[in-house]
Every structure is written in structure tokens, then in C-alpha cells.
Write a protein that binds this ligand. Structure first.
Ligand SMILES: Cc1cc2nc3c(=O)[nH]c(=O)nc-3n(C[C@H](O)[C@H](O)[C@H](O)COP(=O)(O)OP(=O)(O)OC[C@H]3O[C@@H](n4cnc5c(N)ncnc54)[C@H](O)[C@@H]3O)c2cc1C
Length: 392
């Protein structure tokens, strides 16, 4: 059996669901024209620190979505390099979510609006044609007028369409360690730590400590981000960096389950579309400076939805303007700046230069709102989802 549909979104992570939600926000009738398929069944595990900044929170606010899943509000972000440190403060600076809960909530929200989300259905083949894209799953065959690849950094769609470019991939490893919150200042004072000291060992990134609650249990989410923004430089041994950083904090890596996953990062020179096919989220590219991906995944939703609506309105599915649309968007301008910063920061990672950078940042922060513990960077929703439902 072949199912004829307007828009097929592969992947129900934040980028895929945000694309569906933004389409529904443009016009509630879009909800009935979109099908999202995901090989996983929510709540599904997704390896992630779960740090959601004001950027992502504001995108949700603009969609009328107050953040419902439980989260840990971080009041101080401390950036370390050996004995030097500087901090961003806010109420909160960002929130730490658990991705199984967060993504499940987004999926349920889209389903409430009438978007069909088919879970436990894997895409196995893709053939683009002039008038449609044929997408075979383990349950059916779709003929979709538009295909949106929201299937993450190891994107099956990219691979199948021979879109591969492995030059822009960051490496990450992570463990969860059960903790007693009363004994850890990070829990008590709500501090997230980014420790850049391992840059001395070729790491193009940092070690992180994110206090979290997993199924109600206090756990420290500990990991290492290696952007590889400067691919020619020697590679750090991630396991060794993680083991050493944990040992300094009195933890033995061998006692915990280690997991790893990549992040594909953004380049302004990237190719983000082909006729009838769009890339969003990690399949397109995230932030190589800090590894922030959730906010940007949510951020792709607006330009992708606008490009899709425009394609149907003009009956032109070339998506020739999608890249320009991204490049003109303030969020992706910021991503371009972060990419350039990552290339310089991780190229110039000489101890003296990094120490100087730390002193300058500490000075610079005094002139920003991030010095204030009461600063609230995230806005409240402009309208609520119920407004959208009442239109439909
Ligand atoms: C260890 C680690 C820590 C991180 N920490 C943070 C952090 O603290 N803050 C932050 O902002 N970002 C973080 N990130 C990045 C963030 O997780 C990603 O940027 C974000 O998940 C991208 O969302 P997405 O919707 O593009 O893809 P994903 O969330 O990866 O979703 C892709 C979906 O596609 C589905 N899929 C894949 N293949 C198929 C197929 N063939 N058929 C059907 N479905 C398919 C998958 O099941 C999945 O549900 C981290 C990443 C890692 C690896």
C-alpha cells in the first residue's frame, strides 16, 4: 500500500516536532497534512546533557508552550581553566531537562494538535522523484511531496541520499553518577560546571558536570565534548580525559556505564536542502563552540515551516532559498558566529592565551546582565497552545 502525504518528517526529536508545531502555528490545518515517523517509541532514551538555554525556552514560549517537564534550574554556570574561573549568573541561567521526558512531552503536544506521530516505525529506503519522494518504512511506503530529515547527527536520510560530509562532527561521551545532593555544592547551589582544563590534552572542548534528576533520583550528568572544530590538530583521548576529570572529583569511571554519540555541527557553507528534501536539527548542524543542540534543533522549526508553506503556495519544491532563509535568520547568524569562534578558540588553545581569555571574560561579564543572580533571560509564552487549538 502507498500512502500519499504532503509532508513526511523523519525523526520526532526537537527539530522534527518543532517543524510540525511551527507549521501548525502558521495554519492549524497543516497539522493534518504532516506525518512524523520515528524508529523509537517515546519516552525514548536520548544521550544528552539536557541543557536547555533561554534560546530554546523562548522558542517554546513563542509557540505558547510553558516548559512542563521537570527540570533542574541552573543558577550559576562556572567556566574553569585550571585555577581560573568565571561565572554566568541568572534565575535560572538555563534549565536541565531529561530528554526522554522532554521529547515525549513535545510529541504529545504535537499529537494533541492533530499531528500524526507514528512511533516504532523505521525508515529503510528513500528515492527522490520529480513529483514526490518515495520513503519506505518497515510498515508502509509513503509518497511525500516534501521530506524533512530530522533524524539526528547520524542521519539515515543524509547517508541514503549520499549527502555525507563527515568533516564537521563533534565527539561526546557521557556517564550518569548517582549522588547525594546534600554533599555536593553543585546541587545545593545549582551550579553547572564547564571545565576547559583538558584543552591542554588536545581537547577542543570541555568536561561538564550537570546536576540532574533521573526518574526522581539525583544524578550528576558528567561528560566530555570535543568539537573537532580544528580537525587537523591531534585528537584527545576522550575516555582518558573523562576518567581523569572524574578522578579529580573522586569518581572512578570504571564504576559507571560510558556512552558516546556525535553532534554534527553547522557550517554556513553547508548544503541544507535538495529538491523536495530539507535538513533540520543535528542532521543539518548544531553548535561547535559549546555543543548546544536542543535550542538550535527547536530553532530550525520556524524557517523550515516557512520554506515548506512557501513551497506549497508557489508550487515550487526546489527549496533553492532554504539556505538563504537560514543564513538570514538571527539564530543561524549566531550559529555562524559560534562556528567561527570555535575555530579560533580551539586553534589558539595555548595555556597563556586561554588564561588571558579567562581574565578578559571575567572583566567583560561585569558589563552584562549575566553578573546578576536575579537576571531572567527566558521570556514567558506570548500565547498559549490553547489559542492555537481554539483556531482549529
Ligand atoms: C552526549 C551529548 C550531550 C549533549 N548535551 C546537550 C546539552 O546539554 N544541551 C544541548 O542543547 N544539546 C546537547 N546535545 C545535543 C543535542 O542532543 C542534539 O543537538 C539534539 O538532540 C538534536 O535534536 P534533533 O531533533 O535534530 O535529533 P535527535 O534528538 O537525535 O532525534 C532524531 C530522531 O530521529 C529518529 N531516527 C533516526 N533514524 C531514523 C530512521 N531511520 N527512521 C525513523 N526515525 C529515525 C531517532 O529515533 C530520534 O528520535 C548533546 C548531545 C550529546 C550526544
Amino acid at each position: 500500500m502507498t500512502e500519499q502525504i504532503d509532508v513526511l518528517i523523519v525523526g520526532s526529536g526537537p527539530s522534527g516536532i518543532s517543524t510540525a508545531l511551527h507549521l501548525a502555528r502558521l495554519d492549524p490545518t497543516w497539522a493534518g497534512r504532516v506525518v512524523v515517523v520515528d524508529k523509537a517509541v517515546h519516552p525514548r532514551e536520548k544521550l544528552c546533557g539536557g541543557g536547555l538555554t533561554h534560546i530554546g525556552q523562548n522558542i517554546l514560549a513563542n509557540l505558547g508552550l510553558p516548559l512542563e517537564p521537570t527540570n533542574f534550574p541552573v543558577k550559576e554556570v562556572r567556566l574553569l581553566y585550571h585555577d581560573k574561573s568565571y561565572s554566568f549568573y541568572g534565575n535560572p541561567v538555563f534549565r536541565i531537562v531529561r530528554r526522554d521526558e522532554f521529547d515525549h512531552w513535545l510529541v504529545k503536544t504535537a499529537a494533541q494538535l492533530g499531528v500524526t506521530v507514528r512511533q516504532g516505525e523505521s525508515v529503510t529506503a528513500i528515492t527522490p522523484h520529480d513529483d514526490y519522494v518515495e520513503v519506505v518504512t518497515d510498515r508502509t511506503t509513503f509518497h511525500a511531496k516534501v521530506l524533512v530529515a530530522a533524524d539526528g547527527s547520524r542521519s539515515f536520510v543524509r547517508r541514503k541520499l549520499k549527502w555525507d560530509d563527515e568533516s564537521r562532527v563533534a565527539r561526546l561521551v557521557e556517564v550518569l553518577t548517582p549522588e547525594d545532593p546534600a554533599k555536593l555544592p553543585e546541587f545545593r547551589d545549582a551550579v553547572a560546571v564547564f571545565d576547559f582544563t583538558p584543552m591542554d590534552d588536545h581537547l577542543q572542548g570541555y568536561y561538564w558536570d550537570f546536576p540532574s534528576y533521573v526518574g526522581g533520583q539525583p544524578m550528576m550528568n558528567r561528560g566530555v565534548f570535543d568539537s573537532r572544530a580544528v580537525p587537523d590538530k591531534p585528537k584527545a583521548d576522550l575516555k582518558e580525559v573523562l576518567a581523569e576529570s572524574m578522578a579529580e572529583r573522586g569518581r572512578d569511571l570504571d564504576d559507571y556505564e560510558l556512552k558516546g554519540h556525535p553532534i554534527r555541527w553547522w557550517s554556513s557553507d553547508g548544503v541544507f536542502s535538495r529538491p523536495r528534501v530539507l535538513l533540520v536539527g543535528d542532521a543539518a548542524g548544531a553548535d561547535p563552540l559549546m555543543g548546544e543542540g536542543i535550542s538550535f534543533a527547536l530553532g530550525y522549526g520556524e524557517p523550515a515551516a516557512a520554506a515548506i508553506a512557501d513551497a506549497f503556495a508557489r508550487d515550487d519544491f526546489s527549496f533553492a532559498g532554504y539556505r538563504q532563509r537560514l543564513l538570514a535568520h538571527p539564530l543561524f547568524k549566531q550559529l555562524g558566529i559560534r562556528t567561527r569562534l570555535a575555530r579560533y578558540a580551539y586553534l589558539l588553545n595555548y595555556p597563556l592565551v586561554v588564561r588571558l581569555g579567562w581574565s578578559l571574560m571575567r572583566l567583560f561579564l561585569r558589563f552584562t546582565p549575566w553578573k546578576d543572580r536575579n537576571y531572567v533571560p527566558a521570556r514567558l509564552p506570548e500565547f498559549r497552545l490553547t489559542d492555537l487549538k481554539s483556531q482549529s
